[in-house]
Design a protein around this ligand. Structure first.
Ligand code: SF4
Length: 363
């Protein structure tokens, strides 16, 4: 029972009735200091949608290059071609890497990288083709909206033509990175040279129109404020109303180390759980909310499973983006470890593929 005098009383009543929350509800939730209540409300919605299931998959990250010309202020991952420690793998090297530590049952390669100033469009097609030829059973989830926009430019094609060419080469779906924060004032400070928020949403719509699914993200815990989270979630919800292809929302906890914001502390545990819960409550039309353990940290991600999240991502072999920004979780988790980790919070692990088809119950 929530006291009638509680600031979230009306919002909680709307949640119980399954009604869509508006901006005012979002702000009340985002600014509330009653995290146990906000987390519990999100958990009730997550239970209504998914019961006690927590989805995970067996996946591997492949980052073909960390060379990027853009220079986003928020990024600790990318560098210019001559900097020490950069890499640019050939299609054959991508295959070799994937083969070297291939885990039986791997169902997905998650492929993202920098915008290489010297690579031409066919390089990206060759990477997809080589991986698809070598691993025909593995789903290729590749290239953010930022990369697709870039590939269209260097390939001198329209975005739909670019997506069609990528699909022909083996692309199966797209990841959700690059959305950062849609609020233009904040975006200008953390990713001043990156594509606009409107363009990110437009390309996501074109990906969905082509018949492919994608994910979506929000980078939080830097110079953002709760009102920016609400604005971001509402813009995603509106896009989903229009194009319907987002499968999963992934809140990405900012890691400041090595970025232009290295003096910031990064998000607190309270912020991480608040954003997970808020996402589940606002995004009534996006089926899954992911506790991306690599960026949240293992303990926060486990708590997030009881604050609105119903997906954990996967084993995540060879994650390098968060590692570059001081993340310590990016060395991968074994399948048994994931299963035990989910069961520890009283929930049921369910192995899935990228499109959320259930492959089996826990090991
Ligand atoms: S965030 Fe992406 S686009 Fe920006 S510098 Fe890093 S790799 Fe390049």
């Amino acid at each position: 029972m929530i006291a009638k005098s509680h600031p979230l009383y009306d919002t909680a009543a709307r949640i119980a009735a399954g009604e869509r929350l508006d901006e005012r509800d979002g702000l009340l939730l985002a600014e509330s200091d009653d995290l146990p209540l906000v987390g519990w409300l999100a958990h009730t919605v997550r239970e209504r949608m998914h019961g006690d299931k927590v989805y995970y998959n067996i996946n591997r990250h492949i980052n073909p290059t960390n060379v990027c010309y853009v220079g986003c202020e928020l990024c600790a991952y990318a560098d210019d071609p001559n900097a020490p420690g950069t890499w640019s793998y050939t299609p054959e090297e991508c295959v070799e890497m994937a083969r070297r530590d291939f885990i039986p049952g791997t169902s997905e390669f998650h492929i993202v990288g920098g915008l290489h100033p010297r690579w031409k469009f066919p390089v990206y097609l060759d990477i997809l083709r080589a991986l698809k030829d070598a691993f025909p059973e593995v789903h290729l989830k590749a290239f953010t909206m930022v990369e697709i926009d870039f590939l269209a430019k260097i390939g001198k094609l329209s975005v739909p033509e670019t997506i069609a060419a990528l699909r022909d080469a083996g692309l199966d779906s797209c990841p959700g990175g690059g959305a950062e924060i849609f609020d233009e004032t904040v975006r200008e400070k953390i990713a001043s040279k990156k594509m606009s928020s409107a363009r990110w949403l437009e390309i996501a719509g074109l990906v969905h129109e082509s018949g492919l699914k994608s994910n979506c993200t929000m980078l939080f815990g830097h110079i953002d404020e709760p009102r920016h989270w609400v604005d971001h979630l509402i813009r995603l919800r509106e896009q989903q109303d229009r194009s319907g292809g987002f499968q999963c929302f992934i809140p990405l906890a900012f890691h400041p180390e090595g970025t232009k914001f290295a003096d910031l502390p990064g998000p607190s545990l309270m912020q991480k759980l608040k954003v997970i819960a808020l996402s589940r409550l606002m995004l009534d039309n996006i089926p899954h909310v992911k506790a991306y353990w690599v960026m949240l940290g293992r303990e926060a991600a486990q708590l997030a499973l009881r604050s609105g999240a119903n997906d954990l991502d996967g084993t995540v072999t060879d994650e390098r983006v968060t590692l570059a920004a001081g993340g310590s979780a990016g060395r991968g988790m074994g399948r048994d470890e994931i299963v035990a980790y989910i069961r520890e919070v009283g929930l049921r692990p369910v192995l899935r593929d990228t499109l959320y088809n259930e492959i089996g119950q826990s090991a």
